[in-house]
Ligand binder design. Structure first.
Ligand code: SF4
Length: 137
């Protein structure tokens, strides 16, 4: 029985690696049984990290240009129902100022975040151009 469970966890992790998604029930199964195949998952994650990043360290800058959110995740301090959160929204000029600072600090990535939408700009590619890549509507 125990062996069968581990095989199932591994199969799900392999499926996730191959297809980049699982069903709700499959995720639930993995979460409920995470202790039983955690080492396999860590090993897979480590190999994936090594494949993408090697042993280099990248430092990412995150510009949260607004803390207004339409969602209501219970764990989050800026969820919409928290009426004690002090709200802000940066202007385009303020965002560009933050990006300039990140560029000077030689950050590998600059990421603009609002709600669940993230936009990444990678510094260490041949076509990195801070002025062309920063487009804010
Ligand atoms: S979507 Fe993100 S910012 Fe919005 S409430 Fe959930 S965790 Fe917080």
């Amino acid at each position: 029985m125990q062996k069968q469970l581990i095989v199932t966890c591994k199969e799900l992790i392999d499926k996730l690696e191959k297809e980049n998604k699982l069903s709700y029930e499959e995720y639930l199964y993995l979460i409920k049984n995470r202790d039983k195949c955690a080492n396999y998952l860590y090993d897979k994650a480590s190999k994936m990290r090594e494949k993408i990043y090697g042993n280099k360290i990248y430092i990412r800058g995150l510009i949260e240009f607004s803390n207004y959110c339409k969602n209501d995740c219970l764990y989050c301090g800026i969820r919409r129902s928290n009426n004690r959160a002090e709200r802000y929204r940066l202007t385009k000029e303020e965002i560009l100022e933050c990006a300039e600072e990140g560029y000077k600090l030689r950050l590998s990535y600059i990421c603009y975040a609002k709600w669940r939408r993230y936009v990444f700009y990678r510094r260490n590619t041949n076509n990195y151009n801070k002025r062309n890549k920063i487009k804010i509507s």
